[in-house]
Write a protein that binds this ligand. Structure first.
Ligand SMILES: *Cc1c(COP(=O)(O)O)cnc(C)c1O
Length: 415
């Protein structure tokens, strides 16, 4: 799973994106681990266990079998003929993570994390969730392995993402409502961390993205790497070439790291898409890489949106899974070395893409994924001769009631 460790001198000969992370989890100046000593002890244990277990035949064999027989992988790459014809520009392709079991890419790392928990003999899986997708994915993994699951979720998100709350309960997870602050993802992370600290020996904190202290950004990326490996092979088989562009939405950055990691060594442009919400004013969006500054939160150093006091700023996006005030350290690093480009899509652009993809292709995307589609549509106009591969990170069933309630008039438009 993880690439063999390279000695520091050998490492310096590799391209910049291959030199990271170092043994302390730093991607350049980003990443690391900034947590209380008692938590650090647990993270060190997880790190050591992961480094050992991820190379074992049994672990790799079991995870591969799960990918195929339980998750339904590989998910297809699909050419959007109607959408591409309509825009009269670039060819748009989708990596269909919406068809991954439980409806999004998140099950890729949840099955990996829960399998690791099984190997470590852990008795409980603890996590936060925003859109509810990570909660559903982890509840699914918990049911599969027979390990109890506790999910912390902001009250605002509980109200907005009702179907996912119901799914988690049906799958047997305990949902803990969080009523602090803005009652969304950030507060849910804080609450889940506190619960984990109460019993770190018997429980494991399953972070929902490539964020948090080392080794999570590395581990979650490795579990998501399957998306990029499959997509590269499938795209080559379909077209005989590599795509010119790969596009993914960026909240924490896991679906983007998953697909990007398949193409890092190739002459392929990688575009991360952040949610611009209602506009560029602080508090109206969650575009951390685009408008943020260096800072440390939730145990890692990255680029974040901060208020005047340097605390994490309130953030907003129509997509609950993207409204996080920071982003994974590797995303910050790849942008800083110029390996990725970071763009944005507003709420309105995402809603338009949501309906456009539904109407023209018969695929209802998650609102998060609709941001990537919206950006791809903009890119397609600028680059009419190019191929664009979009990571469709999830399906939109969870969003349909909210969308029709708030944006029902879009359904009457011609597309
Ligand atoms: C959670 C979620 C995201 C955002 O998370 P990343 O870690 O940035 O990938 C994107 N799409 C869907 C469907 C999600 O559920």
């Amino acid at each position: 799973m993880t690439e063999p460790t390279t000695t520091p001198s050998r490492r310096a000969e590799l391209p910049l994106h291959r030199q990271v992370p170092d043994e302390h989890g730093f991607f350049g100046k980003f990443g690391g681990s900034f947590i209380p000593p008692e938590l650090q002890k647990q993270m060190d244990e997880i790190d050591r266990a992961y480094q050992r277990i991820c190379r074992s035949y049994d672990f790799i064999h079991e995870l591969r079998s799960i990918r195929k027989h339980f998750q339904g992988r590989p998910t297809p790459v699909y050419y959007c003929k109607n959408l591409s014809n309509r825009i009269d520009g670039a060819r748009i392709y989708l990596k269909r993570e919406d068809l991954n079991h439980s409806g999004a890419h998140k099950l890729n790392h949840c099955m990996g994390e829960a399998l690791l928990a099984k190997y470590l003999g852990k008795k409980k899986l603890i996590a936060e969730t925003g859109a509810g997708q990570h909660g559903v994915a982890l509840a699914t993994a918990g049911a599969y392995f027979g390990i109890p699951v506790e999910i912390h979720m902001g009250e605002v998100d509980i109200a907005k993402e009702h179907p996912n709350v119901v799914r988690m309960k049906i799958l047997g997870a305990k949902v803990v409502p969080v009523s602090d602050g803005l009652r969304t993802l950030k507060e849910a992370v804080d609450s889940a961390f506190q619960a984990y600290l109460k019993d770190p020996v018997n429980s494991i904190y399953c972070i929902g993205s490539v964020v948090g202290p080392h080794p999570f950004p590395l581990m979650v990326r490795e579990f998501q790497r399957v998306v990029g490996i499959e997509a590269r092979e499938q795209f080559l088989e379909m077209t005989g070439e590599l795509p010119d562009n790969v596009v993914a939405c960026v909240g924490g950055g896991s679906n983007a790291m998953g697909i990007f990691s398949g193409f890092l060594d190739d002459p392929v442009e990688l575009h991360g898409v952040e949610p611009l919400g209602r506009g560029a004013k602080l508090g109206e969006h969650a575009a951390s890489l685009s408008y943020g500054q260096e800072g440390t939160m939730h145990g890692f150093h990255s680029i974040m949106l901060a208020d005047a006091q340097g605390n994490p700023a309130p953030v907003y996006s129509v997509a609950s899974g993207l409204d996080y005030p920071s982003t994974g350290p590797e995303q910050a690093y790849l942008k800083s070395i110029g390996r990725t480009t970071v763009g944005t899509a507003t709420d309105e652009e995402a809603i338009d893409a949501f309906f456009r993809l539904s109407r023209l292709e018969g695929i209802i995307p998650a609102l998060e994924s609709a941001h990537a589609v919206a950006y791809a549509l903009k890119l397609a106009k600028e680059r009419p001769t190019q191929d664009i591969l979009v990571n469709l990170s999830g399906r939109g069933d969870k969003d349909i009631d909210f969308v029709m309630d708030k944006y029902g008039s879009y359904a009457d438009k011609e597309y």
